[in-house]
Write a protein that binds this ligand. Structure first.
Ligand code: MN
Length: 462
């Protein structure tokens, strides 16, 4: 896609590493229910970032010391051509991204064996597919169960530094994914009527992503039971008076993601109780963008947003006491047990497979073990070029309310008698994708998905 960039990225990576070889195993086709019936192919994101080739069965190798790059893979056979049509040769694919050397997969083992014989360090990222683990086991003679122990922390840290700051061409691609997300969410809003099955709407919006040749950036969450945070059940018939929560995004053909959440009233009009809670979440959502800028930590943004939530709930009589103390104690997490957002890029939870501790935290900003704050995936200081999701929420989870009440949790901050009357409310989450700019932040996407009460009611009643 950005052919000249891959070489620069590999050079940048080399400059951050001391010695040895780096192996980037690309992904293989993944069988669904029999070998030839595969899931839609998805390349490994770090392989894409450094090698840019969206084909299965490839392995990239970077030699830190010699400055040479290698692509290992097999050319298609006549049989492949008959069934799949002509495919570019491995040599041509390598040349297209300025990789100087290419060779059949069979050569990879000899190549790595020679490096091992010379005792050169061999770096690899944490594998997450079992076939990749088996390949690494064979190449490195490290048993699958031991692979994790030998992962290269030096490589993880270098990759995180590079992939965290998005290049202009990456931001453009994320904006494209956002535009598809706009179409998905506005379509869901128009279809959200009593008597319609959740699955129908989920299927239609997934089809929108597919119609762009894209796929979903993750499995669509669409439910009138939005208090279940990752509700993948689409079995309900929408009922008047409920809120439909849709958390969905697209991944472009070049594999950059979007991730949006909207919560709308089934039938198109918010009740006054729904409006009260909804407007608090809108205020949380807007506060993040006002507050996020380079130098600020996302953890501070999260905590400030939680204060907006707690203040709003106090004004409504659900919380009480000192707001700062309530948030410091974690009492608000009854209503928002998750973090404010995560990095986004080639992965919707960008680089999560490398270890959240390295992506979202550093020596300065450490993760918390407090309920709620512990679920914050991203905490560290912001830099220009970071892309993060801003996704506050407010949920009424009956089982959690019952448990906390029985355990007399935070009775100085929580008005359980009032909270009890909201147990049939459901949940609200609002999510947009944020780019950290030189002096602040802005939402991504050319088109603004309706957000305020008026905007949402207006599109639903067109
Ligand atoms: Mn998200």
């Amino acid at each position: 896609m950005f052919n000249a960039n891959y070489q620069k990225r590999r050079e940048a990576l080399r400059s951050k590493m001391a010695h040895g070889l780096i192996i980037f195993p690309g992904n293989n086709e993944a069988p669904c229910n029999y070998p030839d019936n595969t899931y839609k192919f998805r390349q490994d994101s770090s392989f894409l970032y450094f090698f840019g080739i969206n084909q299965p069965g490839m392995t990239g190798v970077i030699d830190i010391d010699s400055g040479e790059d290698y692509l290992f893979g097999d050319d298609v056979t006549m049989d492949d051509i008959i069934w799949m049509g002509p495919q570019p040769s491995v040599k041509d694919m390598a040349a297209s991204v300025h990789v100087g050397h290419s060779a059949p997969t069979g050569e990879l083992k000899k190549f790595i064996a020679e490096a091992r014989r010379q005792n050169r360090p061999i770096h690899y990222l944490p594998p997450y597919r079992h076939d990749t683990m088996l390949c690494l086991e064979e190449l490195l003679d490290i048993r699958v169960a031991e692979l994790k122990k030998h992962v290269s922390l030096e490589l993880i840290k270098a990759v995180v530094v590079l992939r965290s700051v998005k290049e202009p061409c990456e931001i453009e691609e994320i904006e494209r994914a956002c535009d598809i997300g706009y179409e998905m969410h506005t379509t869901a809003m128009r279809l959200c009527k009593p008597g319609v099955k959740e699955q129908y709407i989920a299927g239609v919006i997934d089809g929108i992503a597919a119609s762009y040749g894209s796929m979903n950036s993750f499995a669509t969450i669409l439910s009138q039971n939005g208090e279940t945070l990752h509700n993948h059940n689409h079995g309900n018939i929408l009922e008047a008076g409920k809120l439909m929560l849709t958390d969905a995004g697209a991944e472009t053909v070049n594999n950059y993601c979007s991730d949006f959440t909207r919560t709308v009233p089934v039938g198109g009009r918010f009740t006054s109780r729904q409006k009260d809670i909804y407007n608090i979440v809108v205020a949380c959502h807007d506060h993040a963008i006002d507050f996020a800028r380079p130098g600020q930590t996302w953890k501070e943004v999260h905590i400030n947003v939680c204060k907006v939530l707690a203040q709003g709930l106090k004004d409504l009589g659900l919380m009480k006491g000192n707001v700062d103390e309530a948030v410091a104690a974690g009492a608000h997490a009854l209503f928002m047990p998750h973090g404010l957002g995560h990095m986004m890029g080639l992965d919707v939870h960008d680089m999560e497979g490398l270890g959240q501790i390295y992506v979202g935290y550093d020596d300065e900003t450490r993760p918390s073990d407090q309920f709620g704050l512990a679920s914050l995936r991203m905490g560290r200081r912001l830099q220009e070029g970071f892309v993060i999701t801003d996704e506050p929420g407010c949920y009424f989870i009956p089982a959690l309310i019952d448990k906390w009440r029985a355990e007399k949790m935070f009775t100085e901050f929580l008005n359980y008698d009032v909270i009890e009357t909201f147990k049939d409310f459901g949940g609200i989450r609002l999510e947009d994708d944020v780019l950290i700019t030189a002096d602040g932040s802005r939402f991504l996407g050319q088109k603004h998905i309706p957000l305020t009460v008026d905007e949402v009611e207006s599109i639903m009643n067109e």
